[in-house]
Ligand binder design. Sequence first.
Ligand code: HEC
Length: 279
Amino acid sequence: MKTVKTHLILSCLIFCFLSCDKQKEHKTEQTVTVQPEMVLDLVALQTKNKLGKDTVVTVINDPVYHKTKKYQAVDALLLLKKEVDLSKVDIKNTLIVFECIDGYKPEMPLELFLKTKSFLAFKDVDAPKGSNWEKILKNGNEMNADPFYLVYTSVSADNQEYKWPYNVIKFHLESKNKNIEALQPKDDKTAMKGFGLYQKHCITCHAINGIGGEMGPELNYPKSVTEYWKENELVDYIVNPASFRNKVKMPTLGITKQESQNIVDYLKYMSEKKAEIRN
Ligand code: HEC
């Protein structure tokens, strides 16, 4: 009885998992060709005096200083809108990435960033004489927030979705599908066909070069499956995994032999394009 129940729950879970992912994949397919990455060089804009008017903002319960703070700042949202034509940006599928001096790059959905007021603080009103900032203590080191610290006046400090980076030098706008684009065989029409099918049926469970799901094994790195499977058997396996393995976890996906061949052609193409696993 217990196992029946577990099975039922499991099947529901797998069904939800697959159907949710279907929707996601659909979106990805439509937006694979996105705008090129856009960069806002804040330091360069400051040098050119193009940051806009500065004001004093009050941040209650600042998450870096853990108290209420006042900063001299410019309006970050206004600046972004002035420098980037947002009507040309696919906002739902874009991330805003904050590049910091040490290479730290926190990111958040652009859509969320656009929802609230944000400010680039460049001077701490309570800073001791001769300094722009009250010291920040981090892992026993004294830091300051130069050149910019991104703050919000109406976001609670414990809202983890909003990022409060200091030492910020640039904003980037990046496609959420940038990783997917790295798997695209741009210069090969045949492989492109298989890539479309791969995205639709496989990527939620399998990674190529570390990009993709983790439920099934990585298919390309360090060895491509096309290097240790016989090609015709690989094609058959993908059509019907259960004909090869007992109690196989990979589902039969209802793809044709021709489609499977296209996918294998794509996998062969990618076997020439191995990359170090990311993340
Ligand atoms: C729901 C998740 C899922 C999906 C979708 C899926 N697989 Fe799998 N796949 C697995 C799992 C799990 C395994 C590990 C073996 C098993 O089935 O137990 C596997 C194994 C494999 C293997 C054998 C790897 C090896 O060396 O043993 C290949 C090749 C493969 N999958 C290709 C594909 C391709 C191509 C697609 C898309 C058409 C796909 N899979 C879709 C989960 C999935």
